[in-house]
Ligand binder design. Structure first.
Ligand code: HEC
Length: 106
């Protein structure tokens, strides 16, 4: 019985450490909002919107900037300062934003 409890506990703890921490992503996003907007909608014409992008894409982009597979003078510097777990947390945060689009009528 005790063994079972220990097993369950360790399973829970390990899944917690693997899961992205959205609250941490929110805290980290303070350093992104000057360019990408607090709501993930950029006000800087050179910076893309992050709101609602898939976590997979955000994570890939940041890893690419970090490794040098994608280069931008601002993002490469920023991504180099991020740990893999922080990248996952930021990806979880921005991908959870809901966006709606209005298709132009022509
Ligand atoms: C100084 C302004 C600035 C800051 C601060 C900044 N970014 Fe960026 N970000 C940019 C620009 C400009 C681009 C477009 C670069 C390019 O052309 O590849 C970009 C691109 C990105 C992309 C790729 C998006 C896409 O559609 O391909 C991601 C993801 C991203 N930033 C995440 C972040 C995160 C997360 C932070 C905070 C940790 C952050 N950025 C902070 C300016 C900034």
């Amino acid at each position: 019985m005790n063994k079972l409890i220990v097993f369950c506990l360790s399973l829970c703890l390990s899944s917690v450490s693997i899961a992205a921490d959205m609250a941490n992503g929110k805290a980290l996003s303070a350093q992104c909002s000057a360019c990408h907007g607090k709501d993930g909608l950029s006000r800087d014409p050179e910076a893309p919107n992050l709101a609602g992008l898939s976590a997979l894409y955000i994570e890939k982009s940041l890893v690419d900037y970090k490794k040098g597979a994608r280069h931008d003078r601002r993002m490469s510097l920023i991504a180099q300062g991020l740990k893999k777990s922080q990248i996952k947390d930021l990806a979880a945060w921005y991908s959870a934003f809901e966006v709606t689009a209005k298709v132009p009528e022509i």
